[in-house]
Design a protein around this ligand. Structure first.
Ligand code: CO8
Length: 258
């Protein structure tokens, strides 16, 4: 595994673990951190042992947003010439499932990173929000799009217009997170879920992720065709044969990701 400055990344069994690690500034996301997150994910993506990626933050935040100090003097043309969001675009292309656990703050770019996850768990004192409006800007890494698709127009407008904190309870109520846990057990419980998913047929998980994401962005007709092709494709895998045979033989399947 590469050495990183702003994150920790390591493997644990079949899990690839990423921990945002700038606790003194509540894991504020600078450009190098985004590029490190992407590098770690890409390493996990090509590592056959890894089936699920888990991401969390060190300290009292998941991430309190993009690094305001780094951004404060930026100009529009800097962003354009730097292609500011190219790493974010690549993050969305990761095919292995990404599970996020949010303790404390997930604000601005931190919330956007959380919304890139496929499953999201949070501590019961977690706080989400898009406070960019208070800084005279707006989300730029997909926040307006992903939040709206998740919760619908009215709530998204309200939260983006006001910049107000979304409590853990509200995040559960509006389907932003899958489940809440007490802070003390959040990591342990999330890791259990990640380990469980790592035991599922990898190709099924991979194509389910692709198909569900397609559903978010496409018409039902197009999405159904897309889903069907992926469904057909799974029947050319050894794991499909093994999974169905194991069912018939009343035993646990052994999946190989082939
Ligand atoms: N950037 C830089 N430093 C930060 C950030 C941040 N986003 N958030 C917190 N910090 C720093 C603080 O400056 C402070 O540093 P120091 O100790 O040196 O003064 C330290 O972290 C601890 O923070 P606080 O003392 O403020 O802690 P509190 O518990 O009092 O408050 C808050 C916690 C409410 C989270 C508060 O820190 C805060 O409001 N932070 C800023 C939240 C915010 O506005 N986020 C949105 C940023 S803009 C954005 O994300 C745009 C996304 C665009 C695309 C994404 C590109 C990556």
């Amino acid at each position: 595994m590469s050495n990183f400055e702003y994150i920790d990344a390591y493997t644990e069994g079949q899990l690839g673990i990423i921990v945002l690690n700038r606790p003194k500034v509540l894991n504020a996301i600078n450009r190098k951190m985004v590029s490190e997150i992407l590098s770690a994910m890409e390493e996990f993506e090509v590592d056959d042992r890894i089936r699920v990626i888990h991401i969390s933050g060190n300290g009292r935040a998941f991430a309190a947003g993009a690094d305001i100090d780094e951004m404060a003097n930026d100009h529009a043309i800097d962003f354009e010439l730097r292609n500011q969001f190219k790493d974010w675009d690549q993050l969305a292309m990761i095919k292995k499932p990404i599970i996020g656990s949010v303790q404390g703050f997930a604000l601005g770019g931190g919330f956007e990173l959380a919304l890139c996850c496929d499953l999201l768990y949070a501590s019961d004192d977690a706080e989400f929000g898009f406070p960019e409006v208070n800084l005279g800007v707006m989300p730029g890494a997909g926040g307006t799009q992903r939040l709206t698709k998740l919760v619908g127009k009215m709530k998204a407008m309200e939260w983006l217009f006001t910049g107000k904190i979304i409590s853990a309870k509200e995040s559960l109520q509006f389907g932003i997170v899958n489940q809440l846990f007490a802070k003390e057990i959040l990591q342990e419980e999330t890791m259990k879920i990640a380990t469980y998913i790592a035991g599922q047929a990898p190709l099924s998980i991979r194509l389910i992720k692709e198909s569900v994401n397609k559903a978010v962005d496409t018409s039902i007709e197009e999405g159904m065709q897309f889903e069907r092709k992926n469904f057909y494709l799974l029947f050319s895998s050894e794991d499909q044969k093994e999974g169905m045979k194991a069912f018939q033989e009343k035993r646990k399947p052994i999946f190989k990701g082939k």
